[in-house]
Every structure is written in structure tokens, then in C-alpha cells.
Design a protein around this ligand. Structure first.
Ligand code: AMP
Ligand code: MG
Length: 486
């Protein structure tokens, strides 16, 4: 069905190890992403049972050669020299019609040489969560790994309690992380150079033409990370576990463990149960991404044209460039979210900062606020204005802001609503809805999962179902904590 290639195995062996999946009991297909499979050039898609065997690791599809990848990582600031794919296996890569290479990886397929004390398994909950959130991100235009398949097993995976097991199939532009470079650096300069050359060829061929290709590589990754984090934040996304091993060199969102979307706007918001110090709080994300890039730069320093203090200074300068890229992307997104004219950058920054303060003070739901503003922008109708004002505890202040916004450099009325709609989703995968879908699946009912998946995969579409599932959690439905799920 897929034509597998194995580019990564050209790299020296400490970076990967061949490993067979363990297989699961009674694999049953939960979901298969046909649209994504078609994009990857899949032909002759077999029946569900065959898909379930392939995407659980029970049977190795033709041409696949499973390997586990090595990586290290700073977890909450502490360096762990050996992490690696402890419960994941790369089946191989496929090249799409545009010539872009993608990794196809099983997650939860059993122990590997990198499993340490872990069981190599994944419970069903995190599998469904990653499926829903990563497909939402892709549909919302955020660079991300994708979901190709989810397969249930009838094995129990023991965490706090025994839970049903499952295997997830992830598609990524590659699985090279900052932590992969940290791992390579520990194996010496030649290994790091091989990895860097591989990454340049696969992701950033333009860096090869620069006079310092490895410094240029740092610049490319810095830019992608800056753009990524700006996009996350425009949707209220909190990654939750921005360790260097979860920071993709391609600039995709990777690792959907404890991530969640902010509901009431609060810059200090944290969901993850293990993020006690708030290291990965909403507003810390740009600074953390820069910190991670500094760890990446340390691995590249020996390869750069200039060594010593001057080499470090050059790298620092490049990483500082993060701020400019971040602000540029953020400003463009702010213009779109507020329906302003293209050149109204400074106004967008000013209005958005004011609105963020109002959302925070008025305890406003971020997604609902921008959705209501998008509606109000259609024709400045009084009823729609009231609907927006009903979302805040400080309506007078918001009303003043709305007047200033209405008198600012708005985009032309014909284009305004559509531009705002593309930047302001009707629906995000809210914690309580994801939980509801998972709870039902644990009872054997996958209907809520499929319903939610359908609407979050088209997040800018208005429909009765989307409206129902888009509503913010009531007090009793609110999910305040998320877990890594490992
Ligand atoms: P994560 O929290 O998903 O970023 O995982 C951090 C590290 O722990 C990675 O090296 C994973 O492969 C490993 N890991 C997480 N869960 C398991 C598990 N159930 N079995 C083996 N390794 C695991
Ligand atoms: Mg991870």
C-alpha cells in the first residue's frame, strides 16, 4: 500500500537500532486517515483487519523495516543522556507526490532497546487524544505531526489502573528532535556532522548553499520554531512538555501528551500535572523554545566555521532572531484574528494587547471571544454585539474596546469576515470534550470520538454539531489537569 524507503538507516548506528514490534492481542481498527494515506500515495488500501495488523505491529507491511531512534533530552531542564523511542518504531519513510519525505511511526507497539523501565505500550486515552488534537492542528494550519491510524488491542496497559491498550500511527516530516542532536553530540563530532548533513538535505537544503551551513541550519530551525510557537499561541495552545526531546527540528508540533487549549484567557495557564513550577506555562513558551534552541546550538558549535567565543556569539545572535520571527508571525496572525487591513500591524499589536488584558480580567473564553468577534464583524449587528458582551464580566470595558476596534483600520468589509473566520476557529478540541470521547471509548463506544474528530478536522465550518461541541465547559465539566499518559 505504502512504498517504504529507509533513508534514516544511512546514518551511523548509534542513532538507530533495528527492532521488531511485539504485536498486540486482537488488534481492531479504530480509525484510519484515508485522506492522509492518499496524500502519502497509498494505493490498494486493504481491508480493516489487514490495516489493524499492520498498524499495531502484528504484521510488518511489505517494504517496512522497523527501527527505534536514539535521542537524549533536557526534561524540565535536566539532561537525560539516553531517552530514545522507548515505545515507538519507525516503519520507514514514504515520499509524497510533491517529493516530500514523511516518517511512518508506530507508537505503543512494544518494548525497544530504548525502553528503560517502560512497557513500550500506550493506553487508549492518549492515542485518541493525540489523534484528535493533531488532526485539529493540521486542519487549523499549524505545522504538526499527523494521525494515520489508531488500533485498539484487548490487552490491559497498567498505569494508575489497568486501561485498554492501543497503538497510534504517527506521520511526521521527520522524528529528528533537538534531543537527537544532543544524543549524536555525545557520540562525537562525526556523528553530529552526519546527522546535521542529513537534516540539511532533508529539511533545509537552502542551508547547504550558505558559507556556514551549520549556522544557517540553526537559523532555519530558529525561524520555524518561532513561527510554530506564534501559531500555537494564537489558538491558546499550551504544549505542556516542551522538553528538548519534544522539539522537532522540522518545526512541527510533536508529542501531544499533556497539551491543552486555554479556555479562560490567562497568560500563566498550566494544565500538565507534572509541570509544577509552570516552566511550560502559556506565556513562557517563546522563552522556552529559545532555551531549547540554545541547547541545539551547543551541539552544532563544533561544526561551525568559527569556534570559541566568536562562534558562540554568532550562534547567540541567530537565536536572538527568534524574537523578530515570532513577532512577525504573531502580528500577521493578530491582523487576521482582528480583521484589520494588511498594513495595520501596529494597531493590531495595540488592540490585541488590550483585548488580552480584557479577556483576562473579564474571565473570557479565548476561542468563544474571537468566534463572537468574527460574527459581530459581519455587519456590526446589535444582537451580535450583545452576544460578545455576554462573554465578559467587564462589559463596559469591552464595549469601549469594541468602539475603538470598529473605528480602527479594519479590512474591507467584503474580505473581513472570511479572513477572520480562517484565523478564528469555530471549535477547538476542548479538554472536557476530549475526555468525554475517551470515557465513551473506554466503555466501547467510539461514536463520540468519531463525531468530535469530524468537527475538529474542519474547525472553521459552522454546523449544529460543531456549535454543540464548541461550547466552553460548564463549571462541573471543567478539566483542570492533564497527564502525559505514559
Ligand atoms: P514522552 O513523555 O512521551 O516525551 O516520553 C519521554 C521518554 O519516555 C521517551 O524516551 C519515551 O520513549 C519514553 N517512554 C514513555 N512512555 C514509555 C513506555 N510506556 N515504555 C517505554 N518508554 C516510554
Ligand atoms: Mg516525547
Amino acid at each position: 500500500m505504502l512504498r517504504f524507503e529507509h533513508d534514516y538507516t544511512q546514518l551511523p548506528e548509534p542513532l538507530w537500532r533495528a527492532c521488531e514490534p511485539a504485536g498486540v492481542e486482537a488488534p481492531a481498527l479504530i480509525a484510519f486517515n484515508e485522506a492522509l494515506a492518499a496524500k502519502l500515495g497509498a494505493q490498494d488500501v486493504p481491508d480493516d483487519d489487514t490495516l489493524a495488523r499492520w498498524f499495531s505491529g502484528n504484521e510488518i507491511p511489505d517494504g517496512a523495516y522497523p527501527i527505534a531512534l536514539g535521542y537524549a533530552g533536557h526534561q524540565f531542564g535536566n539532561f537525560v543522556p539516553q531517552l530514545g523511542d522507548g515505545r515507538a518504531l519507525l516503519l520507514g519513510e514514504v515520499v509524497d507526490a510533491q517529493g516530500q519525505r514523511f516518517d511512518i511511526q508506530l507508537k505503543g507497539s512494544g518494548r525497544t532497546p530504548f525502553s528503560r523501565g517502560g512497557d513500550g505500550r500506550s493506553p487508549l486515552g492518549p492515542v485518541l487524544r493525540e489523534y484528535l488534537v493533531s488532526e485539529f492542528m493540521a486542519a487549523a494550519g499549524v505545522p504538526t505531526t499527523r494521525a494515520l491510524a489508531a488500533v485498539a488491542s484487548n490487552e490491559r496497559v497498567v498505569r494508575q489502573l489497568p486501561e485498554p491498550g492501543a497503538v497510534f500511527t504517527r506521520v511526521a516530516s521527520s522524528h529528528v528532535r533537538v534531543g537527537t542532536f544532543q544524543f549524536a553530540a555525545r557520540h562525537g563530532e562525526e556523528t553530529t556532522r552526519a546527522l546535521a548533513d542529513y537534516v540539511i538535505a532533508r529539511h533545509y537544503p537552502e542551508a547547504r548553499k550558505q558559507d556556514d551551513p551549520y549556522l544557517a541550519l540553526l537559523a532555519c530551525v530558529t525561524r520555524r520554531q518561532a513561527e510554530l510557537v506564534a501559531r500555537w499561541m494564537s489558538l491558546g495552545f499550551i504544549h505542556g512538555v516542551m522538553n528538548t526531546d519534544n522539539t522537532s527540528i522540522s518545526g512541527e508540533t510533536i508529542d501531544y501528551g499533556p497539551c491543552a487549549f486555554m479556555e479562560q484567557f490567562d497568560p500563566r495557564k498550566v494544565f500538565s500535572s507534572i509541570d509544577e513550577g509552570g516552566r511550560y506555562a502559556f506565556s513562557n513558551q517563546p522563552a522556552v523554545a529559545q532555551w531549547n534552541l540554545a541547547r541545539f546550538a551547543e551541539t552544532l558549535l563544533p561544526l561551525m566555521n568559527v569556534q570559541g567565543d566568536e562562534g558562540v556569539e554568532r550562534a547567540v545572535e541567530v537565536i536572538r532572531g527568534f524574537e523578530e520571527h515570532f513577532e512577525q508571525t504573531r502580528q500577521a496572525l493578530r491582523i487576521a484574528k482582528l480583521g484589520l487591513a494588511e498594513q495595520a500591524g501596529e494597531t493590531a499589536d495595540m488592540l490585541m494587547e488590550e483585548l488580552e488584558t480584557l479577556m483576562h480580567k473579564g474571565r473570557m473564553d479565548m476561542t468563544a471571544t474571537f468566534d463572537a468577534l468574527t460574527h459581530y464583524a459581519i455587519d456590526f449587528d446589535e444582537t451580535r454585539r450583545d452576544a460578545l458582551l455576554a462573554l465578559t464580566q467587564t462589559p463596559d470595558a469591552l464595549n469601549d474596546w469594541l468602539t475603538r476596534w470598529g473605528e480602527s483600520e479594519l479590512a474591507e468589509s467584503g474580505a473581513r469576515h472570511a479572513a477572520m473566520r480562517r484565523a478564528n476557529p469555530v471549535i477547538i478540541p476542548r479538554n472536557h470534550r476530549v475526555k468525554e470521547a475517551i470515557d465513551a471509548a473506554y466503555e466501547g463506544d467510539f461514536t463520540p470520538f468519531h463525531t468530535l474528530l469530524a468537527v475538529v478536522s474542519a474547525p472553521f465550518n459552522e454546523s449544529t454539531e460543531a456549535r454543540r461541541l464548541a461550547a466552553p465547559a460548564t463549571q462541573s465539566e471543567r478539566v483542570l489537569r492533564t497527564f502525559c499518559g505514559t
